[in-house]
Design a protein around this ligand. Sequence first.
Ligand SMILES: C[S@@+](CC[C@H](N)C(=O)[O-])C[C@H]1O[C@@H](n2cnc3c(N)ncnc32)[C@H](O)[C@@H]1O
Length: 285
Amino acid sequence: MTTSSPKMSKQNIYDSKEFFDGYAKMDRSVKGAAGICEWDSTIKMLDEALQSKHQPTLESVVDLGCGYGWFSGYLARERHVKSIKAYDLSVKMLDRAKQLNQHEESIEYAQADLETIKLPPLAFDLAFSSLTLHYIVNLSTLLDTVYASVKPGGHFIVIIEHPIYSAPTIRNWINNNTQTPTDPNQQQEEEKETLGYKQGEERLVWPLYNYQMEGDRIENWIVKGVVKQHRTISSYINHFINVGFNIRKVEEFTPSPDQIKQVPSLAIEAHRPMFLMISLQKPIN
Ligand SMILES: C[S@@+](CC[C@H](N)C(=O)[O-])C[C@H]1O[C@@H](n2cnc3c(N)ncnc32)[C@H](O)[C@@H]1O
């Protein structure tokens, strides 16, 4: 019998100086929670998870792909969580997280590759992973590990790039004015205004193609050639179900009208879901 060795992570792009410096200029890096458009939805999902039946009291958490450690820091400061394990592949990201959360002694950091990470069994009341699973090739292996590490009744909150967002091999809005006849009635013009299109402005649409073709997506984002993994929605959902989790909530993040007022550039996000947020719970038996 032949056994294949686990595939190692294809890249550690966040440790490249050029990428790290570019990422540092993003709103979420500069402003933290105030610059993370899905932050309020994340906290709402956390609160709902904590209030649900069988969820253990929040004392130990694992943050998988912690990045700058915004969520871990929040849990330590605002929720007084006693033990937080924050893992990331990138030493630069971990160093930044340590610096930002320097007063939070309940956070323990470790460099780890989520493709091969080992976690202690039944150790965590909650697992969390934001915008990281779409880098992972060996998703089933990781999910088995996470499932075993969460206590019965504990939740796993996952935020990923939405499969509609991650599908195209070239991620660019396209101008569809030439293909869509001018809307004939006022109602549609008003609808365009509401959605962020002004009358006479170009009509941008998101090119959904290659959706069913899972696998590598090479994106020019901050630097050329960032490798991410595209999976369909059913593929993600079935991965979660197969490992044993119950699905408690699914959200396709869209900025609220208030957020759009404050950051008008977010208006375009009403046209396609950028993030998929899923709250999973480990059954009690
Ligand atoms: C977009 S950042 C998200 C950071 C943070 N969770 C947040 O939401 O702000 C993705 C993070 O995943 C980490 N990452 C990517 N591949 C990884 C892997 N194979 N193992 C561990 N971490 C990984 C990166 O180093 C990076 O810090």
